[in-house]
Design a protein around this ligand. Structure first.
Ligand code: HEC
Length: 172
């Protein structure tokens, strides 16, 4: 199916784009006010980064599996992303309190959306439905960019325009 292949390839392009950006140190911390990372304790920030890197590896594997029709691997990676996300695991009660105190409601909400979508990707893997897999994969990529634009603008300056169009105010 041409449509499905196009979708998967579009997803691949975005992921390569994201990976490239993740390896480019953000030279200018322009949107520091919105950035969540600098407000976290060293411990919590390290945990968040570890989770992000796990998520990223899971996304790479899921993409390749979707392209190959390897449904079991799509399922496993969707499930791992869903389970490993920071708000679900590894946090002590104190970490959780810190995160809840610092993280804006919008961040918690985006986390929830991301989490739900990873769950749906896992289901689409289990149901052996490549079209839905590509759909939920692209929804996940969208979640990465939206959350990074809003809450990690210092780290990902290339997404700042996306953040502006949603946040309704500008810093000069
Ligand atoms: C709910 C918000 C949110 C979502 C969704 C999200 N991220 Fe992040 N991500 C962050 C924040 C905040 C940081 C910056 C952490 C910091 O300041 O060190 C970050 C940082 C990263 C980093 C850099 C980690 C490091 O070692 O410094 C990578 C890589 C990353 N994210 C990948 C992804 C990918 C891929 C996705 C989607 C599949 C994703 N993230 C989804 C919030 C999110």
């Amino acid at each position: 199916m041409k449509n499905g292949i196009t979708k998967v390839l579009a997803g691949a392009g975005l992921v390569v784009f994201l990976i490239t950006m993740a390896h480019t140190p953000g030279a200018h911390a322009q949107e520091e006010q919105a950035a969540l990372g600098p407000q976290l304790s060293e411990r919590l920030r390290t945990l968040l980064r570890e989770e992000m890197n796990l998520i990223q590896s899971g996304m790479e594997r899921a993409l390749i599996a979707i392209a190959a029709g390897d449904h079991q691997t799509v399922y496993e990676n969707g499930r791992d992303i869903y389970r490993s996300f920071i708000l679900k695991q590894q946090l002590t009660e104190q970490d959780r309190r810190e995160l809840m105190a610092v993280a804006p409601a919008g961040f918690i909400e985006l986390d929830g959306t991301f989490h739900d979508t990873a769950h749906k990707l896992a289901k689409a893997g289990r149901d052996e439905d490549p079209e839905l897999q590509a759909f939920y994969f692209s929804r996940l990529v969208e979640s990465c960019t939206v959350c990074h634009a809003r809450y990690a603008g210092d780290r990902f300056p290339g997404l700042s325009r996306l953040g502006e169009s949603d946040s309704g105010h500008h810093h000069h």
